[in-house]
Design a protein around this ligand. Structure first.
Ligand SMILES: Cc1cc2nc3c(=O)[nH]c(=O)nc-3n(C[C@H](O)[C@H](O)[C@H](O)COP(=O)(O)OP(=O)(O)OC[C@H]3O[C@@H](n4cnc5c(N)ncnc54)[C@H](O)[C@@H]3O)c2cc1C
Length: 446
């Protein structure tokens, strides 16, 4: 019997476990993950081959979860989740400081903390109906993220029981929790689910068997934009990157994952193939382009309804293969298919199928992007180049919200949710902060 079992060994779980170990509480802790430990997380996609991972792609699952991505820790309440609404913005800011201190202790100080705050830009943007969202950032990049999480693993692995490559088949609560897996049954006094986005379908089915039902689900869809590398110079001259928000007809759209000198890559999630962006990799020649996605969130009454919409729109574009559609801005505006981009000024960094996004993407996302571009042109004082490329499409998925109180405890006593599966966090920093927060509560052992 363990005192605490955490299902999921991702970002929130690692910070939760680390926090639990910071006092001599003597708690016995068990972490179960369907993926592998960090050193064994290998996928053919990393070497330009195809993904042949069994039972889920190693890029996304296993120790550190999605922390093994770009590792960009944005320390802000303005985006990346609503943790501040739940436990107070000041407390979240303090927890984020702790997140950063822990990261630095394990090697993250190799990269500097920087701020994207720029008051004069914020004032100019506001005159064009744009809001600048600013944050402090510690951007590890994928190699350093790997190193930091591996160091964290080394520091906790002898004091925690890990069960990797485990399929959790059942969860039963009687006097304690019984967790049925393909590696046997485990028992625990308290149970934390920290399964992130990669466990969303599993979570929905397992929580239903416990009598918990998820509600509203958010889905962000948007086009990924690939611009001339210097197109945003007038905005970016004082900050490396920016996050802009635009309100249009009741929808609030926000730029996401801006990558100066970066590339567009394919992203694989939930059986769908999307256009994502990637920063310039340490060893790569920088591209001459800049990319970002303009995401517009919508809320659906259930997780199934949100996934149905994602599968309808993106699955339709994918056409049962890995199809991503690319179109020139000028053609998008004229509603004509792009036929050839051989001589396009902006060279596509991803090979997609040329076409007409107007025929494939719901009008909301196209109209919003064009209105946002108008506002952006006002702010920049110049026209966005007609050879700008738009890729259909990118998506950000969210967990359905299951009710938890301010201690992240569900309506089942002793059952907690941490990180993205709580529906309260959507980012590395907030997921990690939720882990520390819950760790402090649970180590009080009562
Ligand atoms: C491609 C990509 C890049 C991202 N980059 C950034 C970024 O740079 N900055 C940022 O702030 N945010 C980023 N995010 C979001 C961020 O990674 C997440 O918000 C964060 O990792 C959430 O942490 P978590 O602990 O909730 O879940 P995760 O880190 O996803 O961990 C979940 C863990 O649960 C395990 N699991 C799932 N289901 C089960 C199950 N049934 N049984 C056992 N184990 C299970 C998984 O193997 C995984 O280890 C990115 C997201 C994606 C998809």
């Amino acid at each position: 019997m363990y005192d605490i079992t955490i299902i999921g060994a991702g970002v929130s779980s690692v910070f939760l476990a680390y926090t639990l170990l910071q006092t001599e509480s003597g708690l016995s802790i068990h972490i179960i993950d369907k993926g592998k430990e960090l050193s064994e997380r290998k996928c053919g996609l990393d070497e330009g081959k195809s993904c042949e991972c069994e039972d889920g792609c190693s890029k996304y699952i296993g120790f550190a979860g999605l922390g093994m991505s770009e590792g960009k820790f944005n320390y802000t309440n303005d985006f990346g989740g609503e943790l501040g609404k739940k436990i107070g913005k000041n407390r979240v800011s303090e927890l984020m400081k702790e997140v950063d201190e822990i990261l630095c202790y394990f090697g993250a100080e190799q990269v500097d903390l920087y701020s994207t705050k720029n008051e004069s830009l914020a004032a100019r943007a506001s005159a064009h109906s744009l809001k600048v969202l600013s944050t402090e950032v510690r951007h590890l990049g994928s190699n350093l993220a790997l190193e930091v999480f591996q160091n964290m693993y080394e520091s906790i692995k002898d004091r925690i029981t890990f069960t990797f490559s485990a399929q959790v088949e059942s969860l039963i609560k009687k006097d304690c929790f019984t967790i049925g897996t393909n590696q046997g049954n485990f028992h625990s006094e308290k149970l934390v689910l920290a399964t992130g986005m990669s466990g969303s379908e599993w979570l929905a089915s397992r929580t239903a068997s416990l009598g918990l039902y998820p509600g509203k689900t958010r889905l962000d869809l948007g086009l990924r934009v690939e611009m001339k590398g210097d197109q945003l110079d007038s905005i970016l001259k004082e900050t490396f990157e920016t996050k802009l928000q635009y309100r249009d007809r009741g929808y609030t759209s926000t730029t996401y994952c801006m990558n100066p000198k970066g590339r567009i890559i394919r992203k694989y999630q939930h059986g769908l193939v999307m256009a994502d962006g990637q920063n310039q990799h340490e060893k790569e020649v920088p591209s001459t382009n800049l990319n970002f996605t303009l995401f517009t969130p919508r809320h659906f009454h259930s997780y199934d309804a949100a996934m149905k919409e994602a599968k309808r729109v993106i699955g339709g574009i994918n056409d049962k293969r890995e199809r991503v559609v690319v179109q020139r801005l000028e053609d998008l505006k004229k509603n004509t298919a792009t036929s050839c981009i051989e001589n396009n000024l902006i060279r596509p960094s991803l090979k997609g199928d040329t076409g007409n996004l107007n025929d494939e993407v719901p009008g909301l996302y196209i109209e919003t992007l064009l209105h946002f571009f108008e506002a952006l042109e006002g702010l920049m004082g110049e026209t966005i180049h007609p050879d700008t490329l738009l890729y259909g499409m990118d998506a950000k998925f969210y967990e359905p919200k299951i009710y938890t109180n301010e201690k992240f405890e569900t309506e089942i006593p002793g059952l907690y949710l941490a990180g993205d599966c709580s529906g309260d966090t959507h980012s590395l920093s907030q997921a990690a902060a939720s882990g520390i927060y819950l760790g402090k509560l649970l180590r009080q052992k009562n």
